[in-house]
Design a protein around this ligand. Sequence first.
Ligand code: MCA
Ligand code: AMP
Length: 465
Amino acid sequence: MSALVSLDSPVPDRFDAVTVAGEAMSREALFGAATALADRIAGARAVALRADASSATVVATLAGLIAGVPVVPVPPDSGPLERAHILSDSGAVLLLAPGPWTDTGLPTMPVDLTARSASTHREPAPDTTALILYTSGTTGPPKGVLIPHVAIAAGLDGLTEAWAWTPDDVLVHGLPLFHVHGLVLGVLGALRVGSRVVHTGRPTPAAYAQAGGSMYFGVPTVWSRVTRDEDSARALTSARLLVSGSAPLPVPVFERLTELTGHRPIERYGMTETLITVSTRADGERRPGFVGLPIAGVRTRLVGEDGSACPYDGETVGELQIDSPTLFQGYLNRPDATAETLTPDGWFRTGDVAVIDAEGRHRIVGRASTDLIKTGGYRVGAGEVEASLLAHPAVHEAAVIGVAHPDLGQEIVAFVVSGAEVTERQLIDHVASGLSVHKRPRRVVFVTELPRNAMGKVQKKLLTG
Ligand code: MCA
Ligand code: AMP
């Protein structure tokens, strides 16, 4: 059995301890099915999982934890190019819950929700890789982030304490189950704490309103949509905590949500590589624009461009660096990229620019690089979208940026120099045919040339959408 999550819970089991997209399972059923799958995958180097919003995804993830086999959740909307990269780079030997993916070249195994096993698996060592999550960098294809059991346990325990999360809570969200937010916090968090969880399938305001939870998770786009559906927003009044993360929560959304629900949302900050490191506390001040204090066990520091420590005066901006038991083990197969993220004294360079005030409250100001875009809470590398566009025969040059957008935070806009007749729609569809849906540009602007400096480097700051 895994020390990260176990069947034991301080509250009595229920038939609907975990509900995903309308399908309910008790903890006993869930762990029974997961152990049966663990029996079958034990010893595998890594297993991939078509991670749609389903009970199968929960069972398969749990099976990996129990068996000590790294799980590679693959976005269900990923196009063939992205999927092929993830499957080959991860070294997965098996694809679980393949659905329509019959062309991957990997042996497949369906997830049987009715299977049961009570066999005992040896507890994985704390540094066993639990998940390999693929995430975008500024250039190149996504990198596999190795997340060990011990990091997940530390991160979840820190949040449990900060949010006073108890087994009596009912967690509700509808976030994707292939990222930290939805899968680690939204599923493993509930399983570790022992609280019920309702995954709504999609994170719509109406589904959130109907679920009657005590604790809700959303990315800012979700909260922005909740504020535009006032009846649904008012239904959240009876909740205990509304939690926002994965991207900056605009202050007007914070304030409107407070007016409609009576709750000042909790904001928390993290990365795939670090898990969640900073959060406002359930019993602390919740100030719009601020993400709070480091969670238990996490140390942060601000470093200026010259490498010197920045004062915590609420004004001086510096790069946020993290030292934490929640840190990843590195990028799979990419020691070069891993080394770049670490300082000589072993701190993780987030690439986020922040300020810290005299009380230690953190405010994220933005990212150091414009080439990492956050759209709807998804992290998208400009370079990956540019490479996809450049692979289209009609595209000579391409530059991709994130443009401020009221609903998505940023929207992806591509500037293209084309050498042949091609439409905006054709290029958007071309990107979607290889990558994930959310990596599609929303708009394509055709230009005769891209602004370049004397060295020939594209001046993205001069591109305006
Ligand atoms: C999108 N669509 C398009 C285009 N882009 N159609 C044509 N051209 C395009 N360029 C389609 C979509 O497929 C969708 O279609 C419809 O338009 C609406 O899209 P959208 O506005 O994006 O809305 P959505 O599909 O409802 O998505 C919004 C969302 C989603 C639900 C907020 O972005 C989301 O789930 N975000 C969560 C991301 C997340 O969990 N990030 C966590 C990583 P159709 O309706 O037919 O599908 S961060 C993390 O893990 C860390 C550690 C952290 O801090 O949490
Ligand atoms: P990902 O690895 O997809 O989680 O993306 C991590 C990035 O999301 C961070 O480096 C930040 O730029 C951004 N991010 C996450 N949470 C927040 C937040 N609460 N406020 C501002 N930015 C955030």
